[in-house]
Design a protein around this ligand. Structure first.
Ligand code: AMP
Length: 137
């Protein structure tokens, strides 16, 4: 399987479509998921191309994990969360829909289920959640 540079996250990285950024550095971008399954649901991606965990380089994975660690701690603080769910899917059979490596960070609270997938979030709320995480970084 090769990398398709027309995937939606590649377009976000090129600035062709908008995103709500939480954090970025030279190697990674963290932005809000537009169909959040929990308040504060955000995604961490490498700025360089790879489809998923199967073709990622150690450097790409190291950079992503460093950002995941930072943002997850900020999200815990920002939402007073009890835990974090980290999700990552590989190829269609593995549940992947966008073929640029990404890690989902979902702040979780005891006894609260995640929302169903595929429902657009409220953009004002999503922006406020991004600001809350960024402020806690
Ligand atoms: P998956 O590949 O299964 O991990 O799912 C891709 C994720 O990307 C889903 O949670 C979508 O809600 C999310 N998503 C799709 N398009 C966008 C977008 N333009 N901005 C932010 N998140 C997106």
């Amino acid at each position: 399987m090769s990398y398709d540079d027309q995937n939606i996250f590649a377009k976000i990285l090129r600035g062709e479509i908008p995103n709500v950024t939480v954090y970025e550095d030279d190697e990674t971008l963290c932005f809000m998921d537009i169909m959040p399954r929990a308040d504060g649901h955000c995604l961490v991606i490498p700025k360089t191309p790879c489809r998923n965990i199967l073709d990622a380089s150690p450097d790409q994975l190291n950079a992503c994990m460093k950002t995941v660690n930072r943002v997850a701690n900020a999200a815990m603080k920002a939402f007073g969360a009890d835990g974090i769910t980290l999700q990552q899917f590989n190829e269609a059979a593995g549940g992947q829909e966008v073929f640029h490596l990404h890690f989902h960070i979902l702040p979780r609270h005891e006894g609260v289920a995640t929302r169903p997938p595929g429902k657009m979030g409220d953009m004002d709320a999503i922006k406020a959640h991004a600001e809350a995480i960024a402020a806690a970084l």
